[in-house]
Design a protein around this ligand. Structure first.
Ligand SMILES: [Zn+2]
Length: 345
């Protein structure tokens, strides 16, 4: 089977003819095949402004469009784009079915690279197919834009927001996921983790969809919490367990540090020294010696011990299977949280 036949069978270019296939000069140290493309006789060029067939104006110098490589050869279509004299749009470059705009790759090749980029790193894809990292990047960008234009944003009732460290020097991205039972996917990414960043998500998401949100999950980053309160106050805001416990642990540690100093100033035994993790670890994760030390400390009348007991009591909240019981005790839990954190500050 000849290359021209393969191209005719795989591409829908009825108004064009794949004329000659010849060997071209090496590109990126690879042998190349150049496929000459010409318009089919009698076919009219299509205006890129209005997508209508229009009379020709002139032709530009031949351009290379890189196509999917074959047998270790890079394949290029060589075609001189025509310009049309459009009564509506003026002089415009024609559209061709194998590539869009100023893209140097054919659309088939872009999709080919974007699909491989789902399995391999962008560098690896570039190495495998002897193309550049930028070509892989642009192909992925094209696929992402295509997907986003067709994204179904109806029936989103639960979202989660988080920050991701993506660069040295505390550079963050804000990522928003759909976390509904029927669909979990990445919805949106913004640069930085500022309130303005997250605000842009709500602007993109639009009022009609915000109204349908029932649950929003986030950590305790203040910028996010404020933006959620302003934009989606009617949705239930769920805070991340890990971050709540991290705040409690931080507070307990402050209480312990203050008490270590107080015991020292009062000339008491330094019983709270070197036992930070005894109060922070889950009881089931303590070593035998840590367990013994904790049992000793629990007998003492210490603020740190009180904070620790409050924390352990609070932990029961996570085990409730009935929302009724969680609601019933939520007020006392809030008081516990308040007491631990105010004890620390
Ligand atoms: Zn036009």
């Amino acid at each position: 089977m000849r290359l021209k036949t393969i191209l005719n069978q795989t591409l829908n270019c009825k108004s064009f003819v794949f004329k000659k296939c010849r060997s071209g000069s090496p590109v990126r140290e690879c042998p190349t095949i150049e496929v000459e493309v010409v318009p089919r006789k009698g076919s009219k060029a299509i205006c890129s402004g209005c997508n209508q067939a229009r009379p020709g104006y002139d032709s530009l110098s031949p351009r290379h469009f890189e196509h999917i490589p074959i047998w270790g050869f890079l394949v290029f279509f060589v075609y001189a784009l025509r310009r049309v004299d459009c009564p509506e749009c003026g002089v415009k470059v024609e559209v061709v079915p194998w590539a869009k705009g100023k893209n140097q790759l054919t659309e088939s090749y872009s999709w080919f690279l974007a699909n491989w980029a789902k399995r391999l790193s962008w560098n690896e894809v570039g190495e495998c197919f002897r193309t550049t990292w930028h070509h892989v990047f642009n192909s992925v960008k094209m696929a992402v834009e295509w997907g986003r234009e067709r994204m179904d944003l109806s029936n989103i009732s639960a979202i989660g927001v988080d920050e991701v460290l993506w660069h040295r020097g505390h550079k963050y991205l804000t990522v928003v996921y759909q976390i509904d039972h029927h669909c979990k996917r990445l919805l949106w990414i913004g640069k930085d983790r500022k309130a303005e960043t997250f605000q842009k998500f709500f602007e993109w998401f639009e009022e009609k969809r915000i109204k349908k949100l029932k649950f929003i999950c986030s950590d305790m980053w203040k910028a996010y919490m404020n933006v959620i309160a302003i934009n989606a106050g009617s949705a239930l805001h769920i805070l991340d367990r890990f971050h709540i416990m991290a705040h409690i642990s931080k507070a307990i540690n402050r209480v312990r540090n203050q008490e270590v100093k107080k015991l020292k100033n009062d000339g008491e035994q330094p019983i709270l020294k070197k036992c930070k993790w005894i109060f922070l670890k889950r009881p089931e994760n303590l070593t035998v010696s840590q367990e013994q030390k904790l049992a000793e400390l629990l007998k003492q009348n210490l603020k740190t011990v009180k904070s620790y007991l409050l924390k352990e009591d609070f932990q029961r909240l996570w085990d409730y299977v009935s929302p009724y019981w969680a609601i019933l005790t939520s007020t006392s839990r809030e008081i516990i949280l308040l007491r631990i954190t105010t004890a620390a500050y």
